[in-house]
Design a protein around this ligand. Structure first.
Ligand code: BTN
Length: 230
């Protein structure tokens, strides 16, 4: 596993996407990012104290697209598992792949694809307490426990968990994910491209990775979309 370390970089995902000589499980770690990228093109505030990293996963042509659709979920449960090993707190998995602690976001994950590599970019709030525009909605490990942590220990713990979960049986992994399901039982509204697709009660995550939502007595499945908790 090659490791590239930077004090400052524009974006660890971008760095890997621009390298021509990628190998499986190449990993880039940075102390800060000047142009961190979030999902849906959002800016990802990347202050010192966070665990900021991206790693590659080489596509195996024997696996199906359906199996690769699970990657964001597998990355999410790997962060949760890795954090639990470092500090055993009551983390929750917020579909599709945010990790929450005490109702606040502690981690963001961005999965991208370049040639035959998936790039899994992860930012975990560890020792930082400035979350920029997301100040009210985010928290960090240090915020909760008052302790200081090694970001690299956390990063390698998460990657090890990823390797473990990626090779596990999907039903087992999905069960794990569902046991931490933050949205389950909550009233949520599904918004897609700014338009409300309806409100209902969130249920489990289905076998294909979609979220089950009970709307007016009927169960429906959702894939992409922003989730608003009422
Ligand atoms: C989200 O919007 O929740 C996803 C945020 C992903 C941020 C991480 S930090 C490391 C990697 N590099 C990036 O530019 N983005 C991801």
């Amino acid at each position: 596993m090659r490791i590239f370390r930077f004090d400052e970089i524009d974006s660890t995902n971008k760095y890997l996407k621009e390298r021509e000589d990628l190998k499986n499980y190449d990993c880039v770690i940075a102390k800060t990012q000047t142009a961190g990228v979030g999902r849906r093109g959002n800016v990802w505030v990347s202050n010192e104290g966070m665990a900021i990293f991206s790693f590659t996963l080489q596509e195996d042509k024997n696996l199906s697209l359906e199996e690769y659709m699970r990657l964001p979920l597998i990355a999410g449960i790997s962060v949760l598992g890795g954090l639990k090993k470092i500090e055993n707190l009551d983390y929750k998995f917020k579909w599709t792949n945010d990790i929450y602690l005490q109702d606040k976001k502690i981690c963001g994950i961005l999965v991208e694809k370049i040639r035959d590599f998936f790039i899994i970019g992860i930012g975990v709030n560890v020792n930082n307490d400035d979350f920029g525009y997301a100040q009210d909605k985010a928290t960090s490990l240090k915020n909760i426990t008052g302790k200081f942590y090694s970001t690299e220990d956390i990063i390698f713990c998460i990657i090890n968990e990823f390797k473990k979960y990626f090779s596990e049986n999907w039903e087992y992994v999905l069960n794990e994910i569902n046991s931490y399901n933050y949205l389950k039982g909550k009233e949520i509204e599904i918004i897609k491209y700014g338009e409300s697709l309806g409100s209902g009660i969130a249920k489990d995550i289905a076998y294909d990775g979609r979220l089950k939502v009970e709307i007016a007595g009927k169960e429906r499945l959702f894939n992409i979309g922003e989730i608003h908790i009422k």
